[in-house]
Design a protein around this ligand. Structure first.
Ligand SMILES: [Zn+2]
Length: 61
């Protein structure tokens, strides 16, 4: 089973990049942290923020 290539995923367009819900400071801080992580080239942190944002929006919106 060597057909999976997770690194190819990064070449595709990001399909599920969530954005902040207007007026929600939790969303905003996560999106800002994600942008900062991306500008640092810290893609594992970007991924972590996306997971947090998804979890937050699933629970709070
Ligand atoms: Zn929110």
């Amino acid at each position: 089973m060597a057909t999976q290539k997770p690194q190819d995923y990064e070449l595709a367009e990001l399909p599920t990049e969530l954005s902040a819900v207007p007026g929600c400071t939790t969303c905003l801080s996560l999106v800002v942290a994600r942008q900062n992580a991306r500008s640092d080239g810290d893609y594992s942190a970007v991924s972590d923020r996306n997971v947090e944002l998804r979890g937050h929006q699933a629970g709070s919106h």
